[in-house]
Unconditional design. Structure first.
Lengths: 114, 114
């Protein structure tokens, strides 16, 4: 079974600072995908970034990047130059080859302070 | 383009009543997923379909829960009879096949069972 661990239940960060949200995963599969979603207080789930297990370079999408360390089974999300609008819950998720549903971590509640 | 559409957005019902949640996936997407989000259990996959066929329903909590996808543009999740512990936000998501494509989530249905 897959397991996603997010060890930071909550984080307070000053505006304009960089943020790293931790995520570790547990799988014996060689082929998998890792995703990050943002859930603002309004409740919708917004896709941010994706990393495939065979991707050699870390994924980047605008201010979001994924620090993928395969040997350590970690897939940390890095948000550069944080903004007040980044305040939200952030979920790490995995999708294993042959099983198409997402397994989510418990999430990190990020609060950006002015 | 319209995203994933869910209805109703909010549902309040009494214990023992039948509840039907509805979902319209993004046109052209051949995967459809139902998730449930609670404070205690986080985000859980309930069931998913590929080309209207249920593939994995191992996450459906009890026989009280059932899901159907009669065609490519419509799915329902039914709870009969409902119980207070079914109170949660239910998300529908869709994606295209081929690789680890992101799942696009609907706005969710907030279900309260009194």
């Amino acid at each position: 079974a897959q397991k996603i661990t997010q060890t930071q239940p909550g984080m307070f960060v000053q505006e304009k600072e960089a943020v790293t949200l931790d995520c570790t995963y547990d799988t014996s599969d060689q082929s998998y995908g890792l995703f990050w979603y943002k859930q603002p207080s309004s409740g919708e789930m917004i896709f941010l970034i994706y990393q495939g297990s065979y991707d050699e370079q870390n994924a980047t999408e605008g201010r979001y990047s994924l620090n993928f360390q395969k040997a350590r089974k970690s897939a940390n999300l890095v948000i550069s130059a944080s903004q007040l609008g980044d305040s939200a819950m952030y979920f790490c998720a995995s999708r294993i080859g042959g099983a198409d549903g997402l397994t989510f971590g418990k999430g990190t509640h990020l609060i950006i302070q002015p | 383009d319209a995203g994933v559409i869910q209805s109703p957005r909010h549902e309040v019902t009494e214990m023992g009543q039948e509840v039907t949640l509805r979902c319209k996936p993004i046109s052209g997407h051949d995967y459809l997923f139902w998730y449930r989000q609670t404070m205690m259990r986080g985000l859980e996959l309930l069931i998913y379909f590929n080309n209207n066929v249920p593939i994995d329903d191992s996450g459906m909590p009890e026989d009280r829960f059932s899901a159907k996808m009669p065609n490519a543009s419509f799915s329902t999740l039914k709870i009969q009879p409902s119980e207070p512990r079914d109170s949660a936000v239910y998300f529908c998501a869709s994606s295209v096949s081929g690789g680890y494509n992101e799942q696009f989530f609907g706005p969710g249905t907030r279900l309260t069972v009194l």
